[in-house]
Write a protein that binds this ligand. Structure first.
Ligand code: B12
Length: 501
């Protein structure tokens, strides 16, 4: 494409899990930077296409982790067309010069399915970005239908790639962008992370209006992700955050960084004005990883707004004063990752170092406020046993959380647990992860994937029901006829008692 007067066209693609209706910050920001540079941008988003039998939230409803919901009430419906047909139609109509696709490890199969359908000889160039190519660059570039990948942050790298391609050049020697030359990978160094205040707010105007709705506490809100910071200072072994910090360690500026309060305020005002924001989803991995002084300043800033918000944080960042302040600020829900109930296992193996006493203190304080809490747990960690998993059940019985999740452990490439699983033979180097709700992909001698599956589905029953019912719950772990029938019966009783209250 050599004509400098013609606008360069980029099709951004979001190969999302079906019906995961929170808007992705990355597509919003990349749309904004491309448009700022005068490029033409369009979007293909798979969220409302039928790409699975059940959505992740439907699976969570089955597993008694979520109340039943009806997205149809806000006009959210499945699209009739098969997703690949719709994708090819978009390509034919928009005629992009570049496809810019974002991808996490679990969505790679779906990304591949779309890209593999492109006509081999006459397809647009493809640049893949996001966590998946960042940590599996060779695997991504091994596919013929991927031309370039972006490691780490893409705001500047994507724009530089468009400039090169628009001139008719290959995007060589662009920091963060890896290309293929004569079958070999040309690797480039990382550029330093940009100060967040220099990054524009998300442009979500390419998303359909139904993509803004999310049910929370029985109400439907227009929700947008509000970016406060990027990265996380903690080092859990199941998370990619430590490896992202490592990727940027040669850089003078640190990866974990914040937007200024004024910038966050402007962002909220911008989303209110442009999209009618009614609910802020704070896009921070550990929202309260800030000093008491910074928290005070945040609360002063946010008191200008009255709409509800969601955030996630860690047990050790919580105290009663902060909770009372969050309650006053209309905090609508906090998610907290306990992950595991055994303090020793949690500290030594998982790398999440809070004490059980800190957890109980936090929940004592939480019980003095009206803020509902979602607790996240994980089952099937490497070298976990059934008996250790029951420590997680036990600890959840001792706290009072409004909603309890039990997710499957997933060994994402780039995490310390990935290396450990590979070393111990629990996974193969190319094991494709599924999702946090789809089952264990580990092959461990002491804790089978079927046993893990049974515990995930009965987790809420074990946590909420009296122990006298446990023998029946144990029978409901099995996926045979009798086990399924007992599970359905207990589920009805559970919903009646705990979800209708
Ligand atoms: C907010 C969040 C969500 C949101 C939004 C998801 C999204 N895709 O943005 C919701 C709640 C929907 C979500 C869902 C899931 N998430 Co999530 N999520 C996060 C979190 C906490 C922050 C992501 C974020 O917004 N960062 C800020 C933006 C600006 O950064 P970014 O997305 O990385 O994008 C930058 C670069 O990657 C790059 N880039 C990205 N795409 C592209 C595309 C092109 C063309 C280019 C050039 C560059 C580029 O440029 C962007 C700007 O700098 C991360 C933690 C983390 N450290 O990333 C986990 C994380 C991404 N999530 C994770 C997981 C597992 C999931 C789920 C699979 C969970 C599930 N339900 O089973 C789903 C997958 C949904 C999906 N389709 O992506 C994992 C992914 C692990 C992995 N290795 O694949 C992470 C890394 C957390 C972890 N465990 O370490 N998530």
């Amino acid at each position: 494409m050599n004509d400098t007067n013609t606008r360069f066209k980029v099709l951004l693609v979001y190969p999302n899990f079906m019906m995961v209706n929170l808007l992705p910050t990355n597509i919003g920001i990349l749309t904004a930077v491309l448009r700022r540079e005068g490029h033409e941008v369009d979007l293909f988003d798979t969220t409302f296409y039928r790409t699975a039998e059940k959505s992740i939230d439907e699976v969570r409803v089955d597993n008694l982790q979520l109340r039943k919901f009806n997205l149809g009430a806000v006009g959210i419906q499945y699209k009739n067309k098969p997703v690949v047909e719709a994708f090819l139609e978009k390509i034919r109509n928009f005629k992009p010069d570049l496809i810019g696709m974002t991808c996490v490890e679990d969505t790679w199969p779906q990304a591949k399915m779309l890209l593999a359908a492109l006509p081999a000889g006459s397809r647009p160039r493809v640049l893949l970005g996001g966590i998946f190519p960042t940590f599996s660059p060779e695997r991504a570039l091994a596919e013929d239908f991927v031309d370039y990948i972006c490691l780490g942050e893409g705001e500047e790298a994507l724009v530089d790639t468009c400039v090169a391609l628009k001139k008719g050049d290959e995007p060589r020697n662009i920091q963060n962008i890896w290309t293929k030359e004569n079958g070999k990978i040309a690797r480039q160094p990382m550029r330093p992370p940009l100060p967040l205040d220099e990054i524009p707010f998300g442009d979500f105007s390419l998303f359909e209006k139904e993509r803004f709705f999310r049910p929370m506490q029985g109400k439907i809100y227009k929700m947008l992700p509000v970016e406060t910071d990027r990265g996380c200072p903690y080092s859990c072994n199941f998370c990619n955050a430590p490896a992202i910090r490592e990727l940027y360690k040669s850089s003078d500026s640190k990866y974990f960084r914040r937007r200024s309060l004024n910038n966050i305020r402007e962002q909220i005002l911008y989303y209110q004005k442009n999209y009618g924001l009614e609910y802020s989803y704070f896009n921070a991995e550990t929202f309260l990883a800030i000093s008491p002084k910074e928290f005070m300043a945040f609360s002063e800033m946010y008191s200008e707004f009255s709409h509800p918000f969601w955030c996630q944080t860690r047990v050790e960042t919580i105290d009663l004063e902060k909770l009372k302040t969050l309650e006053k600020l209309n905090c609508n829900r906090i998610s907290i990752g306990i992950e595991h109930g055994n303090e020793d296992f949690r500290t030594k193996i998982i790398g999440k170092t809070f004490k059980n006493t800190q957890l109980f203190d936090a929940f004592r304080n939480i019980s003095q406020t009206s803020i509902p809490i979602t607790v996240n747990n994980i089952i099937g960690f490497p070298d976990e046993t059934r008996s250790l998993a029951f420590d997680t059940i036990e600890i959840n019985r001792q706290i009072s959380a409004d909603s309890i999740n039990a997710f499957y452990f997933v060994p994402y490439k780039g995490t310390r647990f990935y290396d450990m699983c590979l070393e111990k033979g629990y996974i193969a180097a190319d094991t494709q992860t599924k999702s946090l709700a789809e089952g264990s992909c580990l092959d461990m001698p002491g804790f089978s994937s079927d046993e893990i599956k049974g515990l995930v589905r009965t987790f809420s029953l074990y946590v909420r029901f009296p122990k006298s019912k446990w023998p029946l719950v144990k029978r409901a772990e099995s996926f045979d006829k009798e086990g399924n029938e007992i599970f359905l019966r207990l589920s009805e009783e559970f919903r009646e008692k705990y979800f209708n209250a």
